[in-house]
Design a protein around this ligand. Sequence first.
Ligand code: ADP
Ligand code: MG
Length: 384
Amino acid sequence: MQAPTGSTPAIRLTRLRKEFTGTPPVVAVDDIDLEIAQGEFFSMLGPSGSGKTTVLRMIAGFEEPTSGTVELAGADVTRRQPYDRDVNTVFQDYALFPHMSVAENVEYGLVVKKVARAERRTRVAEALEQVRLGDHGARRPAQLSGGQRQRVALARALVNRPKVLLLDEPLGALDLKLREQMQVELKAIQRDVGITFLFVTHDQEEALTLSDRVAVFNAGRIEQVGTAHEVYESPSTAFVAGFVGTSNLLTGEAARAVIRRDGSFAIRPEKLVVVPEAGVAHPDGHPDGHSDGHHDGHPEAAGTLEEVVYGGPVTRYVVALDAGGRLTALEQNSGARAPSAPRRGDRVTLRWDPAHVIDVPSTPAAAPAAATSGPTRTGPSRNS
Ligand code: ADP
Ligand code: MG
């Protein structure tokens, strides 16, 4: 969802910067610009230490920017105190009061703010309804599941009726199954409540699943902003191609041999088909499993299966290409597996549709590293 032109964004960050003094000093957030539309489910995705939490804390007012501005619904709030901003934060390590009921936990903030009793009751009931805990108000936190406790934490923020909810890895403490369940719930709650969610995660699948749009962070900067589809199918840097999904990057000699053009290329694992060597048809009669070429108009590359990882619904194949480089292919386990399924050490051919080859632009900063080792950086090279 793009910000409709003309409407005021819920959040606008302009050249926002945060330096922490120390030895060495850290540029945690490096002059970022970002606009988030009202009602959007927006995620900040990036590895640990890339500056996501610091951005969130500057929006909430817990951290003062070194420079730049934070606007909420068109108002510059950069110098305002946290309580004077229409946002609420849900953290990963939410602490509920164990001796209070669920309803009292949710009500607590309103008591502190001296909201009248009748109003408090209405708003607590509403917030508990929003997180689907309408029947659980009388319980103690200890009588709830992990997912339900997380929803109480959410209700505690929603009861303030903020225009923006900031969520810092709120599902990080939950185990995988619960986490997936809560992702679905969170999305549904956001749709119902209709307020802007700014969600921080280092989990690419979580960001892709939940978000209208995603900003991919790397070392204090935003490398790309786009829909889940855009950042996955059309990564604009080698870093994004590598961090969002399995990278499968071909560079240098391997790229030239396999893609037959200069540059860096990515192919998503699910777009690659693994053909066992025995099954490779050679219409012209002579087997040539060692060369890279085309078959029925589809490019292909020969290699050796380095690893076969069975993962329930899918199997993952890691293929070391004869041309150099390594590609991972993902295959759905949709039918009965043939007894001739490829095994480690087997010769195989990979095939793909040329339309699925992603040109990964060599950004000045990423180019030197991308030539050999993919999305790692070798330090500042923008001036070279
Ligand atoms: P993320 O949330 O993406 O993991 P953070 O925003 O927490 O990243 O941190 C970004 C960088 O800023 C890291 O290098 C971190 O060590 C540093 N940092 C964060 N908070 C402080 C602080 N209070 N003092 C010094 N350095 C900090
Ligand atoms: Mg963080």
